[in-house]
Ligand binder design. Structure first.
Ligand SMILES: CC(C)(COP(=O)(O)OP(=O)(O)OC[C@H]1O[C@@H](n2cnc3c(N)ncnc32)[C@H](O)[C@@H]1OP(=O)(O)O)[C@@H](O)C(=O)NCCC(=O)NCCS
Length: 189
């Protein structure tokens, strides 16, 4: 029987060669809004965004990985933005295109993105913003081991309302079911 949760999932650094796949995923306006802040990016918008992602990656300022699932193709994106004032602090973001939601892909991809941030990208503390109304995102973050915390005044993260920020610290215990390679058989390429 077809079981989407058992399909192989991996991350690939998002680059210009993903333009067609990304444009197709952006047929989902909700997904497009997460990534572009606009519901209907055209091909030129997609290419411009990908060029800027490549430039940010080269400069070590930010990273975006495409989430691939076997038989499905590009199903989403994970982002990591490094804080300009504190390079060991990063902000995680993610989106899964609507047709592929509720299959565990955000949690699996997020786990790989967290591993990569801590192991390869020199991040010690990850934060993520989670609107109180976004139950799905909050649940994903909880599964990854993120916890709510009170943002200190004067934090470089700026004006985010305090209860919307969650944090994960490198080396602290994470959700047992999702830490490391235990992300349901996921491997990173
Ligand atoms: C948030 C989002 C990434 C979740 O993606 P997903 O692949 O559907 O999430 P998963 O299938 O991995 O689900 C992880 C957990 O969240 C729960 N969940 C998923 N969607 C949910 C929903 N709409 N309401 C409540 N819980 C939800 C799942 O049940 C699962 O928890 P469980 O294992 O305890 O059952 C997706 O809804 C999305 O792209 N939303 C728009 C972008 C966004 O909000 N990004 C986050 C802010 S940067």
């Amino acid at each position: 029987m077809f079981e989407p949760r058992s399909l192989h999932l991996w991350l690939e650094p998002l680059g210009l060669d993903h333009d067609d796949l990304l444009a197709r995923a952006c047929a989902d306006a909700d997904f497009a809004r997460t990534f572009f802040g606009a519901p209907r990016p055209g091909p030129a918008d997609v290419r411009r965004a990908l060029a800027s992602i490549e430039a940010e990656r080269r400069a070590g300022l930010g990273y975006a990985d495409a989430v691939f699932v076997e038989r499905c193709g590009l199903v989403g994106i994970c982002r990591l933005d490094r804080d300009a004032a504190n390079p060991r602090l990063g902000e995680l973001g993610y989106g899964i295109a609507r047709p592929f939601r509720r299959r565990g892909y955000a949690a699996r991809a997020g786990s790989l993105a967290v591993d990569r941030a801590f192991a390869e990208r020199g991040i010690d503390v990850l934060v993520a913003r989670s609107e109180a109304t976004n139950g799905a995102s909050r649940r994903v973050l909880e599964k990854l081991g993120f916890e709510r915390y009170d943002e200190e005044p004067g934090s470089p993260l700026g004006t985010t309302p305090r209860n919307n920020v969650m944090r994960l610290v490198r080396g602290r215990p994470r959700g047992a079911a999702l830490s490391g390679a235990a992300a349901s058989g996921s491997t990173d390429r």
